[in-house]
Write a protein that binds this ligand. Sequence first.
Ligand code: ZN
Length: 231
Amino acid sequence: MSRWFVLGNGPSLNDTPLDKLIGENTIGMNRIHLIYDKTDWRPTIYMKVDYNPYLKDDWQYNVKLHLDMGIKCYLWEDLKDGYPEGHMHHEYMPTGIGDYPNAVWVKRCEHHDYSWENTKRAKAWHLPRICTAFSTISVAMQIAVLEGATEIYLLGCDLGMTSGKTHFVEGYLPEEAHHREYTEWMNGNFIEAHKLARASSPIPIFNATVGGDLEIHPRVDINEILCHTKS
Ligand SMILES: [Zn+2]
């Protein structure tokens, strides 16, 4: 058995015993480093497979931090080179991070959100090719499967983006991102990502998040899970 913990960045991470995850297989994503001053835990795998236009000046720092720590990083392939002058997205990502021996480059699949109608066509994962539809959280669970997980435990997957408290730290998103249209869209994507995972994961997924609104996977108590020695 190989259990993997997948960490979303919801407010409940503040109530999650992160130090007890040291030595476990874990996946962290995006701006997870903002919690590093509160714990010695670091993820086994870091991932960033999308780009947030609200945080356009921030991603290189996050990614490089984890690459330089020697952590295996699953990264969206466009982060490697950025976009050349003349490309329609050049202003958002003029330069890339370059290649690293510990980087695994992830391609967007045909279900990615070039349009909402296109995204909705994703009905199942298609491993070993990663399905990038809906949200990074679905990609994280697929990476766990590819890494040999036999069961997945979700943490920090609160949903509830519309409640006003979106992440584990104030200022995770800039003020201009805190508008209802954006948070409702994000929340809807999270729900679809979890439904897709539930429908297509070849291994069991449990929600070990402390509280929150996610009720798509069976719930378990993280403290009880961590009492059982990993096997
Ligand atoms: Zn897909």
